[in-house]
Design a protein. Structure first.
Length: 71
């Protein structure tokens, strides 16, 4: 194998590696974007869950007051 053929082979392999690296970087960027969406959704669920628990506490207090007046 002469030097020119070797250099061409190395350049081809480098190009393949560069394309693969770009694909990996794109996929990582997509994963990071998806993670941000999941985290945002998780925050929303926590917020809504807090509201649900607040409503449950209010209902529990109302029931307790009704029970006190009926006893």
């Amino acid at each position: 194998m002469d030097n020119e053929v070797f250099q061409q082979l190395v350049l081809e392999k480098l190009e393949i590696l560069t394309r693969g690296q770009k694909r990996l970087e794109d996929r990582v960027a997509n994963l990071e974007a998806g993670q941000k969406k999941l985290e945002k959704g998780q925050k929303q669920i926590r917020k809504e869950l807090r509201f649900v628990w607040d409503d449950i506490k209010k209902l529990d207090n109302r029931i307790a007051k009704l029970e006190e007046t009926n006893v």
